[in-house]
Design a protein around this ligand. Structure first.
Ligand code: TYM
Length: 352
């Protein structure tokens, strides 16, 4: 059995109970402006987890290019994503914030995982089916092996906890299957099991136009989502126009069953006011959507305006931002390189 050497712990070190902190890894694609879905399903939870975990946060530009990105726009979106994460409270000093494509260990391990994962496993991935639609012959091969790269992201750091939105759950199950098969094939206990952390009442924020689709930064309709850089008027208008049904809000959470749009807006309110669906319905149950939407818009604006202002401030100094990412990349590589080198040795590759 191989144990994780202490040198693989980052500076964060020990948790309050004096045990080594568990390592977290999570990532976000720079494929557009992050949305309220990204914020509530992931980023907000990441910020809270920083107090008692050793965290590695990654802007996953390799994943973004599984669907074509204009090069100049990708570069801009990558900086904007990093700035937004910091503005939301990601701490690039106590923890690690970096760009996936700059740490070669990700693609090195992903190739090994391409050879471990079975086609049958990938064929079951619902996100591939959603993204490819009818078009399976004409999407990139990268989109198909996307979950293998995601597994490599996590396992290259021997991370054990992965906070994500609900849509990533199946990918994390696959990451565990890959690790288990690697360990079995090579007769080792090298890659640990990972635990998905899917947290809060808004782990799946839905489109404002269609309660059956998730809110996405790459959706063709800007009206379907709230972007973290939307101004107050835009946010209010999008929420006012959000699809709802003609019934008043129910007084109990069970009354949201079969009402996806109402459930979605109540979930957003609950997450932003640190309560649950029942707590929101105690306040707004029996009322029509008019008053509730106004209160929701005010709450969203109050929470997002400081983030947008801080993002703008950070983007005004791209050199400082690039320096933060450069330092993060060095620290990430220092952790991942020896782990991936060991995986390569286990596979049987000679060291040069
Ligand atoms: P991405 O960029 O699509 O989304 C980043 C995070 O936001 C969450 N999320 C949502 N949560 C709630 N409601 C929504 N509508 C919503 N939309 C997105 C996602 O679940 C995710 O946590 N494959 C990942 C990126 C990735 C990754 C990794 C994550 C690459 N490597 C390794 C964890 C570990 C993705 O596409 O994220």
């Amino acid at each position: 059995m191989l144990f994780l050497p202490a040198a693989h712990l980052t500076a964060a070190g020990l948790a309050a109970n004096n045990r080594p902190m568990q390592r977290i890894f999570s990532g976000i694609q720079p494929s557009g402006i992050p949305t309220l879905g990204n914020y509530l399903g992931a980023i907000r939870n990441w910020v809270a987890l920083q107090d008692d975990h050793d965290c590695i946060w990654c802007v996953v530009d390799l994943h973004a290019i599984t669907q074509f990105q204009e090069p100049a726009l990708l570069a801009t979106a990558t900086r904007e994503m990093a700035a937004t994460l910091i503005a939301c409270g990601i701490d690039p000093v106590r923890h690690v914030l970096f760009l996936q494509s700059r740490v070669r260990a990700h693609t090195q391990l992903a190739w090994i995982f391409n050879c471990v994962a079975r086609l049958g496993w990938l064929n079951r991935m619902t996100q591939f089916k959603d993204k490819a639609g009818e078009n399976t012959e004409n999407v990139s091969a990268g989109l198909y092996v996307y979950p293998n790269l995601m597994a490599a992201d996590i396992h290259a750091y021997h991370a054990t906890r992965v906070p994500v939105g609900d849509d990533q759950k199946q990918h994390l199950e696959l990451a565990n299957d890959i690790a288990q098969k690697f360990n079995h094939d090579f007769g080792v206990e090298f890659f640990p099991r990972i635990e998905p952390l899917i947290l809060g009442p808004a782990a799946r924020v839905m489109s404002l136009r269609d309660g059956s689709r998730k809110m996405s930064k790459s959706d063709a309709s800007d009206q379907s989502r709230i972007n973290l850089n939307d101004d107050a008027d835009t946010i209010s208008l999008k929420i006012r126009r959000a699809k709802t049904d003609p019934q008043p809000l129910p007084s109990e959470a069970e009354g949201l069953v079969g009402r996806p749009e109402a459930r979605n807006l109540v979930g957003i309110y609950a997450a932003l006011s640190d309560t649950d669906h029942a707590g929101v319905l105690r306040q707004f149950g029996g009322q029509g959507f008019g008053a509730f939407k106004q209160a929701l818009a005010d709450l969203v604006v109050a929470k997002l305006a400081p983030i947008a202002a801080e993002t703008t401030r950070l983007l005004a100094d791209p050199a400082s931002l690039d320096a933060i990412l450069h330092r993060g990349t060095e620290r990430a590589a220092a952790i991942a390189d020896p782990i991936v080198a060991e995986a390569e040795r286990l596979v049987g590759f000679l060291s040069p």
